[in-house]
Design a protein around this ligand. Structure first.
Ligand code: S1T
Ligand code: MG
Length: 544
């Protein structure tokens, strides 16, 4: 079988549903094979960061693996940032890079798109992928593909496959389907028993769930475990929406001082905090005035379990959850907590200017009337605002926090779900990748895009109020939407916002961009709590 066809079939078998990409001369044979085979639909975008963000967001919604195909050098180095974000946030994206042929490598000439050496690109991708393969040997290519795709699934992180352009049509053997990597069942059992003992001995055990629960598709199994244990459940910032429909839904989201005080107290006073699939990041944990004593916690993530000072090194999360559920007995813990504050509804349709919280309220009203939409958010106050939106199916860079994610991710969400997405993005982030909306017409995509237009890098201003460099100009995004094939509406008041959303819902044949003019200094409640919390923490640290 030809290498490209074998690779594409193996990708589909491993869970790929589509390919996002931008070709180049080193990748033309590969793109020809992709288009000719029809094995996976190909969507080309305008700039490689968008290719990576779209592939990442698509996999967050369809639960398979994402595929980003690019040319060597100029294309692949453009793709580094979104793949770094996918690595950080545990999303399984396969990078397919074209590359110089074997004869070009030995020509003695510097090859166009080459940086320092012909392996510089591979070396860079070693840092942001969990496995790599260069398919330069027909005899070993099938095994390499099989190995790398298994790692991608098992680690739920990006992998890198480099395909010299003269190898695309090489005959290789069929790509085997490898059995799961061996697991030490005794170690899994021992870890499960020890965790359950720790939970049973504790007076206030708490379960916290996060991204890996979604990435490994074990939300139902975790909900079952939580129900058998009868343990209080909370989510992290990135884990929001997990277990929401379960019999034992989370009590709330833990975001330290920026969150609901009762949730913060419950988590930080727990004497057995079980972190399942949690990314131990500053955005999840640092904004707490009281540091959580990680020696008191049980961390099951990144395919290992850490309790106090000892580690079970190779314990897949799914295996652990199954082993625990088989042994779990009710702990009989039901903290008496007030219900979380309800999400905001019923925006006054008046002539007041629009705040971030008003946008959350208007979206809640719109979804109550017309049904929910899957969402993508960029980094900026739009992400903090999303915490007050009742609908929680959201793709957002909650930990890696890279701007530019929102619009391309929304396009990936529409491809993955077949549903119209709602995209939240600030003016600064829109200026980076918002132009990808120009690709909607040829693919029939019709996202609703809300631009938080404060003509400012407002989140930075929250930390650096006196800096002049956060002042941006007022770009008329609404005027730019039409030439790109969409409908642009500029709103300044809460009434205009509500009307624009109604018009957007009724406009199904193109994207609708709602350019919300906002005042500088207007911040969501969550971001202002976040900023105050950081301030208090910094003051506490400085006072020693
Ligand atoms: N560049 C990239 C690619 N990602 C980043 N996160 C940053 C720079 C730093 C940064 C933020 S928030 C922010 C920047 C520049 C401003 C965002 O401006 P805008 O999109 O208009 O949203 P808002 O006005 O709501 O802040 C984070 C702290 O790292
Ligand atoms: Mg802004």
């Amino acid at each position: 079988m030809r290498l490209a066809e074998a690779l594409l079939q193996a990708l589909r078998r491993a869970g790929a549903r589509e390919i996002f990409g931008i070709p180049g001369d080193f990748a033309l044979p590969l793109f020809d094979a992709i288009e000719r085979s029809g094995e996976l639909p190909l969507y080309t975008l305008s700039h490689e960061p968008a290719v990576g963000f779209a592939a990442d967001a698509a996999t967050r919604f369809h639960g398979g693996i994402g595929v980003a195909a690019i040319t060597y050098g100029a294309g692949a180095f453009n793709l580094v940032n979104p793949i770094a974000g996918a690595y950080a946030e545990r999303t399984p994206v396969v990078v397919l890079s074209g590359a110089p042929s074997r004869s070009e490598r030995s020509s003695g000439l510097l090859v166009h798109h080459q940086a320092r050496s012909l392996d510089s690109q591979l070396n860079v991708y070693r840092e942001i992928t969990c496995d790599q393969a260069v398919l330069d040997d027909p005899a070993g290519a099938a095994g390499e593909i099989a190995r790398v795709l298994r790692t991608c699934r098992e680690r739920s992180q990006p992998v890198y496959i480099e395909i010299p352009r003269d190898m695309v049509t090489a005959d290789i053997g069929p790509v085997p389907v490898l059995p799961p990597s061996p697991v030490d069942v005794d170690a899994v059992e021992a870890a499960a028993v020890e965790i359950l003992e720790r939970l049973r001995a504790a007076s206030s055990p708490v379960l916290m769930v996060d991204a890996e629960i979604r990435r490994y598709g074990i939300e139902e199994a975790v909900a079952g475990l939580a129900q058998r244990l009868g343990i209080p459940v909370v989510t992290t910032f990135m884990g929001r929406g997990l277990l929401a429909e379960s019999a034992n839904p989370p009590l709330g989201t833990y975001i330290g001082v920026a969150g609901q005080p009762e949730i913060t107290e419950l988590v930080e006073s727990s004497d057995a905090l079980l972190l399942l699939g949690v990314i131990l990041s500053d955005t999840n944990f640092s904004i707490s005035l009281r540091q959580i004593d990680l020696r008191q916690t049980i961390i099951a993530a990144e395919r290992q379990v850490r309790l106090g000072f000892h580690v079970y090194p190779d314990v897949p999360l799914a295996d652990l959850v199954i082993a625990m559920a088989a042994k779990a007995r009710p702990l009989g813990i039901s903290p008496d907590l007030p219900d979380p504050p309800p999400p905001p509804y019923d925006l006054p349709a008046d002539d007041a200017s629009v705040s971030p919280n008003d946008i959350a309220t208007a979206i809640n009203d719109m979804m109550r009337s017309h049904g929910s939409l899957p969402m993508a958010s960029d980094m900026g106050d739009c992400l903090f605002t999303a915490m007050d939106i009742d609908q929680q199916a959201l793709a957002a860079p909650g930990y890696y926090a890279g701007m530019g994610f929102g619009v391309p991710a929304g396009l990936g969400v529409q491809v993955a779900t077949g549903e119209r997405p709602l995209i939240l993005v600030g003016d600064g982030a829109f200026a980076m990748t918002g132009w990808e909306l120009g690709n909607c017409r040829r693919y029939g995509w019709d996202p609703i895009v809300i631009v938080f237009n404060n003509a400012s890098w407002e989140m930075l201003r929250a930390f650096q109020p006196d800096a002049g460099y956060n002042d941006l100009d007022d770009w008329p995004f609404h005027e730019l939407a039409g030439p790109l094939g969409g409908l642009g509406i500029r709103v300044r008041t809460r009434r205009e916002l509500a009307e624009a959303l109604e018009l957007a819902v009724a406009t199904r044949d193109r994207f609708v961009l709602i350019d919300v003019v906002m005042e500088r200094g207007s911040m969501s409640d969550t971001l202002s709590r976040f900023v105050q919390g950081f301030g208090r923490r910094r003051a506490a640290a400085e006072s020693g």
